[in-house]
Design a protein around this ligand. Structure first.
Ligand code: COA
Length: 260
C-alpha cells in the first residue's frame, strides 16, 4: 500500500510515521485512519520495524481531531462504524507488541489526543496543546477518549477535560500525567527517537511482555494481574535473553540480546 496521507520512514529499526495533511492540521479523515491501520499492522508484523514514533507534519499540529467535514455527513450507523474503525486501528497500535511513542508537536485535540493516548508514551513539544473538545460540537469522544483518558489521568481529570472541552498546554498535560516529558520544539524528534532507541536496547521479549502485562492487567482483578505477571516472569526465565541480561550484569559488560 502506498500512502497518500502518511510518510513512513524506517531507520535502524525505528519507523517514523508522520501524519501528513498539514493544511487541515493533520485531521483524521477516513483515509488517514485506513492508512494508520495499515501502518499499525506493519509495525506489528514486520521484523524490520522494532519500534515506532508518530508525529504530525508541520509545526502547528500533531492531529487536530477527527475530520469534522467527514463527521458532518454521518448518520447514526456510519457514525458508529467510523468510531469502531478508528478504535480498532488504535487498539492494533496499542497491542502491536513493540514500543510506539507519540512525538506531540502541536495541537492534539479530539482524535489527536486519542491517537497519542493509544501510543505507549507521549513526549510533547513545549508548544503542544491537548484537549477533548468534542462536546463543543455536540458529539462525544469516539476513538477511545472516554476510556483511555481516565485510565491515564484518573476519572476527575478526564471528566474535567471531556466536560469542559478545555484545551491545556504541555506543562498542564505533564502535571496531570497525560504526557511523560515536555521538551523544546527543536529537540522533540531527537529526544523521542533517543527514548525509543533506549527501549530497543533492552531485552525485546521483556519489553513485549511488560507492555502486555500492563495493557491486560489494567482490565483484571489484582490477583489475576499478579498471576499474569508471575507467568510472564516465569516465561522470561526460559529465554536466552534473560540468561544473557543477568550474566552481562554479573560480568560487568553490555548485554547482547537476541530476542529469544
Ligand atoms: N477537521 C477538519 N478540518 C480541520 C480540523 C478538523 N478537526 N481542524 C482544523 N481543520 C482545518 C480548518 O478547517 C482549516 O481549513 P481551511 O484552511 O480549509 O479552512 C485548517 O485546518 C486550519 O485550521 P484553522 O481553524 O484555520 O486554524 P487555527 O489556527 O485558527 O485554529 C484550532 C486551530 C486547532 C484551534 C482549530 O482548527 C480547531 O478548533 N480545530 C478543531 C478542533 C476539534 O474540535 N477537534 C475535535 C474534532 S472531533
Amino acid at each position: 500500500m502506498s500512502y497518500k496521507t502518511l510518510l513512513l520512514e524506517i531507520t535502524g529499526g525505528v519507523a517514523l510515521i508522520t501524519i501528513n495533511r498539514p493544511d487541515k492540521l493533520n485531521a483524521l479523515n477516513d483515509q488517514v485512519v485506513d492508512e494508520l491501520a495499515h501502518a499499525a499492522e506493519r509495525i506489528a508484523s514486520e521484523d524490520a520495524i522494532q519500534g515506532a514514533v508518530l508525529t504530525g507534519a508541520g509545526t502547528k499540529a500533531f492531529v487536530a481531531g477527527a475530520d469534522i467535514a467527514d463527521l458532518a455527513k454521518q448518520g447514526p450507523f456510519d457514525g458508529k462504524a467510523r468510531a469502531l474503525r478508528g478504535q480498532a486501528m488504535l487498539r492494533r497500535l496499542e497491542t502491536c507488541g513493540k514500543p510506539v511513542i507519540a512525538a506531540v508537536n502541536g495541537y492534539a485535540l479530539g482524535g489527536g489526543c486519542e491517537l497519542a493516548m493509544a501510543c505507549h508514551l507521549r513526549i510533547a513539544s513545549e508548544h503542544a496543546k491537548f484537549g477533548q473538545p468534542e462536546v463543543k460540537l455536540g458529539i462525544a469522544p469516539g476513538y477511545g477518549g472516554t476510556q483511555r483518558l481516565p485510565r491515564i489521568v484518573g476519572k476527575g481529570n478526564a471528566l474535567y477535560l471531556i466536560l469542559t472541552a478545555e484545551m491545556i498546554d504541555a506543562q498542564e498535560a505533564y502535571r496531570i500525567g497525560l504526557v511523560n516529558k515536555v521538551v523544546p520544539a527543536g529537540e522533540l524528534l531527537a529526544t523521542t527517537e533517543k527514548i525509543v532507541r533506549g527501549i530497543l536496547a533492552m531485552g525485546p521479549l521483556a519489553v513485549r511482555l511488560a507492555l502486555e502485562a500492563v495493557d491486560q492487567g489494567l482490565e483484571m482483578t489484582l490477583d489475576e494481574g499478579l498471576l499474569l505477571e508471575a507467568n510472564h516472569f516465569g516465561l522470561l526465565a526460559a529465554t536466552r535473553d534473560m540468561k544473557e541480561g543477568l550474566a552481562a550484569f554479573l560480568e560487568k559488560r553490555a548485554p547482547r540480546f537476541e530476542g529469544r
